[in-house]
Design a binder for this molecule. Structure first.
Ligand code: CAA
Length: 247
């Protein structure tokens, strides 16, 4: 499998899963650009050093903002020449039961997890079609496939991402552009460490493998979908969940 000399953009690139994806795509030979909402240059430099990613470009942007996203993607295309691989990995949670879910919690998750996917993909889509090559990989969640108590907002956004993948897959199919969803289960990241201990223990007890995923276990599946060789896979939702949702 190879992504040699491909230009890859990873949103949420400094997050737990995003970092592993940057490392894996780099290992496959891609030139990687990470997009982050962080703006602290010291923090960004430390992340590059600590993760052996000093050759990864880091661009700060608020992906909820349509115009800012378009400007950032245009800048990347100008600097790198094109975008071949786009991994939509930016995401947040605002977990609460629906009876307590105010509009802010709903909108924050829909904006960050779903609307950002439009904001980032739209500006690179036409050049992928014109170039005759593209890989769009949307990082969804097992909870977009099966729902989750306390995540009406998140499950809605994550299910929406796969609707987007399925529709767009048709539009790229004759042009060498594939669009797929990858749905991780529970992964060892800051996002899951925020779950209450007793709740998390119960969740892990329900995973057939009885453990969470390591970020690298998600990243290797992303690299597979992104690879030059993965030419005939489009519109799928690949579960990487330790058996948590088998269907
Ligand atoms: N199914 C049915 N009932 C449940 C339930 C479930 N899964 N979980 C809790 N309940 C019940 C409880 O038994 C309790 O009932 P009683 O009132 O009768 O005692 C009631 O619902 C309230 O439960 P909590 O004490 O948990 O309520 P809370 O308000 O303290 O917490 C919550 C709510 C924050 C949503 C908490 O339940 C929670 O954190 N749930 C896990 C959410 C989750 O999985 N988030 C994933 C984050 S990581 C991620 O999103 C990455 C990814 O893609 C996987």
């Amino acid at each position: 499998m190879s992504s040699k000399d491909r230009i890859a953009v990873v949103t949420g690139g400094m997050g737990g899963i995003g970092t592993a994806i940057c490392q894996q795509l780099k290992a496959e030979g891609a030139k990687v650009v990470a997009i982050t909402h962080k703006s602290d240059m010291d923090e960004i430099a430390a992340w590059q050093q600590d993760n052996d990613l000093t050759d990864v470009d880091v661009v700060a942007a608020d992906l909820v903002d349509v115009e800012a996203s378009a400007a950032v993607m245009k800048g990347i295309i100008e600097k790198q020449g094109r975008v071949d691989i786009l991994v939509n990995c930016a995401g947040i949670t605002r977990d609460t039961t629906f009876k307590k879910m105010d509009a802010d919690k709903w909108n924050a998750v829909i904006d960050t997890n779903l609307n950002s996917v439009y904001n980032v993909t739209q500006p690179v889509w036409n050049q992928m079609l014109e170039n005759g090559f593209g890989r769009v990989i949307n990082i969804s969640s097992v909870n977009g496939q099966r729902g989750q108590f306390g995540q009406a907002n998140y499950s809605a956004a994550k299910a929406g991402m796969h609707g987007f993948s399925m529709a767009l897959a048709y539009e790229g199919a004759t042009k060498g552009v594939t669009v797929n969803t990858l749905s991780p289960g529970y992964v060892e990241t800051a996002m899951t460490s925020a779950i209450r201990e007793d709740v998390l223990a119960a969740i892990i007890g329900g995973i057939p493998m009885r453990r969470m995923a390591k970020p690298e276990e998600i990243a290797s599946a992303v690299a597979f979908l992104a690879a030059d060789e993965s030419t005939y896979i489009t519109g799928v939702n690949l579960p990487v969940n330790g058996g948590l949702f088998i269907h």
